[in-house]
Ligand binder design. Structure first.
Ligand code: NI
Length: 170
């Protein structure tokens, strides 16, 4: 397994719409394993392939407290169950150190393929439902800052650009 580099906002590559996976083969499984390692190393609860500059519809997640429940979502789609939304504070490995409340559907039904290419369905609520919607957005080139006012988004962009300058200078 190998740790992958995570793209950071406002990198334009994060705006790429990912393409569907045609067959879940060893190459895809290696990507999944590398993404899980990268996510756990960065102490995240979700990572989309878009964030590691691979523009295919692959997501990994683990919302457990002890990294014991890895979840693999290949070609995911979801439908809201009910129309109730709740705001929850969100972060993103591509926008480190910034958090904001984003309203998401309370409950969703997820459909995806697992790491063996087997289809599954999952009813999710709470943090998991939130995470599914956040990661799905990544595959569409959407970031949580897109839900904020342009004023707030610009403020975060400036801070991120400053961070990247400092990293280059170090
Ligand atoms: Ni994210």
């Amino acid at each position: 397994m190998a740790k992958l580099a995570i793209l950071e906002f406002p990198d334009e590559r994060l705006r790429t719409k990912a393409k569907a996976v045609q067959s879940v083969d060893d190459e895809v499984r290696k990507l999944v394993d590398d993404m899980l390692e990268t996510m756990y190393d960065a102490q995240g609860i979700g990572l989309a392939a878009t964030q590691v500059d691979v523009h295919r519809r692959v997501v990994v997640m683990d919302v457990s407290d002890d990294n014991s429940q890895p979840l693999v979502l290949i070609n995911p789609s979801y439908t809201p169950i009910g129309d109730e939304k709740e705001p929850l504070s969100e972060g993103c490995l591509s926008i480190p150190e910034h958090y904001a409340e984003v309203p998401r559907y309370l409950k969703v039904e997820l459909k995806a393929l697992d790491r063996n290419g087997e289809p599954y369905t999952l009813e999710a609520d709470g943090l998991l439902a939130h995470c599914i919607q956040h990661e799905y957005d990544h595959l569409e080139g959407v970031l949580f800052v897109d839900y904020l006012s342009s004023l707030k988004r610009d403020r975060i962009r400036k801070k991120m650009e400053k961070r990247h300058k400092q990293m280059q200078g170090a």
